[in-house]
Design a protein around this ligand. Structure first.
Ligand code: PGA
Length: 260
């Protein structure tokens, strides 16, 4: 069974006070009790190095919220993959709807990032998912496959080996509107089958996450679906006590599922 992976996506939030309190509490309350669930923190760029030092000698890893497609040069304001490696990053989130919407990142640009991350030894977390309008038009599966196919236009299926795909319906992100669990399961299974039709081994190596308004109260039902192997969590990760409760709950439920 794949290990569960929870990524705390802090987005544009946090400061030194928050980090000191949050990471200390997480280290104290959950670091040694994680056996079935991996945890990763995705703070804003400027805090990656500081948090990396905090996380040394723990099982908690570091995720970046973005990366540039260039390795170096005159690209004011950008951060390269090697810089992320220097500060201990393991995963890089790309294709998040907030970057697609507010920074106008298109599928071709996101595909280039995906390939760059993979070819440089880090793990891309590719966010895909439909908007509310697309959902109304029953286009969920079509949109997800299209977003995957854009990567396949410039690379082959092997690029997906041991990567992460986070299914995040755009309308569920930060809105409190949780997606229907059966629909999430159906969509993830559809994506998995599509990738299996190209290469079964690669499909099996991918870790599928769900993201969108997950909190400690609604996480239970998602944990019981075998095709969902983790979560990308925004808002709830900003309230330390609730987040710790969510992690503990996840660890407990997964351990029980593993035994039964
Ligand atoms: P949310 O964010 O948990 O606040 O909905 C999820 C995400 O943006 O990945």
């Amino acid at each position: 069974m794949k290990k569960f992976l929870i990524i705390a996506n802090w987005k544009l939030n946090g400061d030194y006070n928050f980090i000191n309190k949050n990471i200390n509490l997480i280290k104290k309350k959950i670091n040694n009790s994680l056996h079935f669930c991996d945890l990763s923190i995705a703070p804003p760029y400027v805090y990656l190095n500081y948090i990396n030092n905090y996380l040394k000698n723990t099982s908690i890893s570091l995720t970046a919220q973005n990366v540039d497609i260039h390795l170096k040069g005159s690209y004011t304001g950008e951060i390269s993959i090697n810089m992320l490696k220097d500060v201990g990053v393991k995963y890089v989130i790309i294709g998040h709807s907030e970057r697609r919407i507010f920074h106008h990142e298109n599928d071709n640009f996101i595909s280039k990032k995906f390939i760059l991350i993979k070819n440089n030894g880090l793990i891309p977390v590719l966010c895909i998912g439909e908007t509310e309008e697309q959902k109304k038009q029953n286009q969920t599966e079509k949109i997800c496959i299209q977003q995957i196919n854009d990567i396949l236009k410039i690379s082959d299926i092997n690029i997906f080996n041991k990567t992460i795909i986070a299914y995040e319906p755009v309308w569920a992100i930060g809105t409190g509107k949780i997606a229907n669990i059966d629909e999430v399961q159906k969509t993830i299974l559809f994506i998995k089958k599509y990738i299996s039709s190209l290469n079964i081994k690669i499909a099996e190596s991918i870790l599928f996450q769900y993201g969108g308004s997950i909190n400690y109260k609604n996480i239970d039902i998602f944990l019981k679906k075998k095709d969902i192997n983790g979560f990308l969590i925004g808002k709830t990760s900003l309230t330390t006590e609730n987040f710790i409760f969510l992690i503990k709950k996840t660890e407990k439920i997964i351990s029980l599922l593993n035994v039964s």
